[in-house]
Design a protein around this ligand. Structure first.
Ligand code: SAM
Length: 315
């Protein structure tokens, strides 16, 4: 894999240490198929200077405008955010950011609710257990491949009981649409992907977006890459990846993780692993060690569903 430290069209991965606006300025227009990121939430994490809310929104607007220049016409932009908190009041950032995307002509395709089971325990309100991914496309002609991200049907053997399809499977044997509510564990202390970063993406969250919204060898950009989780999700599926990060220690970790992936030693939580169920704790799927040669796509995990023809008959 060719890793560059500034934009290079011949590289496989670009890891830029510095401000995302400086990186985006190096990228040709209309060249990125997917931009996916979780920006700082302006809540005083170690890597951010807390701004007043209007300044924060203006700063985000400048970055989103530059992203628009580099996003391809068939491309998608996924902005993953939670809440800004002020005087114990929560302000959902997606509500504040939506008008920016809308004024730039974007089309909102989904507001994905990312639900997770762990976090701070609140005492004066309900504990917060979800964040959102706003998925916008630049135009009405966009890439969306559902098959690689289907999930198992609840009743895989359910059949039509009357009519011309009587006896045939009623659901798609490749699995069902994962819907817009995703239950995926967040990266807390005992998660196999945990690094020193306080709020990294679980790789599986981004794999779903990469597999459905891009093709092999497309560029995926994360302007706030942290420890490079989105880049890892991209390269393990044969996409090219670009990220910017201002904190040198996070860039170093991103490099180490990519290096481990190249050597076949990076462990991630597999997409097909169900959320922990105490009643079935012995049946959990263990962490997966990834290699970059073996670009698995999701439905290859479902051996039982692959043994069907497209008409639903078992082969
Ligand atoms: C919410 S975290 C993203 C973490 C990332 N999703 C991951 O999996 O590691 C936001 C990151 O943006 C970085 N950051 C803040 N301002 C930045 C800027 N102007 N340009 C590039 N990175 C920036 C922070 O240091 C932080 O690591």
């Amino acid at each position: 894999m060719r890793i560059a430290d500034r934009f290079d069209p011949n590289a496989d991965i670009v890891l830029y240490e510095g401000d995302c606006l400086d990186l985006i300025a190096q990228i040709p227009e209309n060249s990125i198929r997917l931009i996916v990121t979780s920006p700082p939430y302006n809540i005083g994490k170690p890597y951010e200077t807390r701004l007043n809310l209007n300044e924060y929104i203006s700063q985000q607007e400048r970055i989103i405008k530059q992203c628009t220049r580099v996003l391809s016409d068939e491309g998608s932009i996924c902005w993953q955010v939670g809440n800004y908190v002020s005087n114990s009041e929560i302000i959902p950032l997606d509500i504040l950011l939506y008008p920016i995307f809308s004024s730039l002509g974007y089309h909102l395709r989904n507001r994905i609710v990312w639900y997770f089971g762990h976090g701070l325990h609140a005492s004066k309100r309900f504990s917060g257990r979800y964040e959102v991914v706003l998925w916008f496309t630049k135009t009405n002609k966009y890439i969306f491949n559902l098959d690689p991200i289907r999930i198992p049907q609840k009743y895989p053997n359910k059949r039509h009981f009357k009519g011309p399809n009587k006896g045939k499977l009623s659901g798609n044997p490749l699995g069902k649409n994962p819907s817009d509510i995703w239950s995926i564990p967040n990266v807390k202390s005992n998660h196999v992907e945990k690094t020193i970063h306080p709020c990294q993406f679980p790789v599986e969250l981004i794999e779903r977006l990469v597999l459905s919204m891009t093709e092999e060898r497309d560029w995926v950009l994360d302007p706030f890459m942290g420890v490079g989780s989105a880049l890892i999700a991209a390269i393990i599926h044969g996409r090219k990846a670009i990220g910017a990060e201002i904190m040198p220690e996070y860039v170093a970790i991103a490099k180490d993780r990519i290096d481990l992936a190249e050597k076949g030693n990076l462990r991630i939580r597999p997409m097909e692993r169900p959320v922990y169920d105490p009643e079935n704790s012995g049946k959990s799927i263990p962490p997966k060690t990834i290699t970059l040669e073996n670009k698995e796509i999701q439905f290859s995990f479902f051996d039982n569903t692959l043994n069907h023809s497209s008409s639903g008959e078992k082969l």
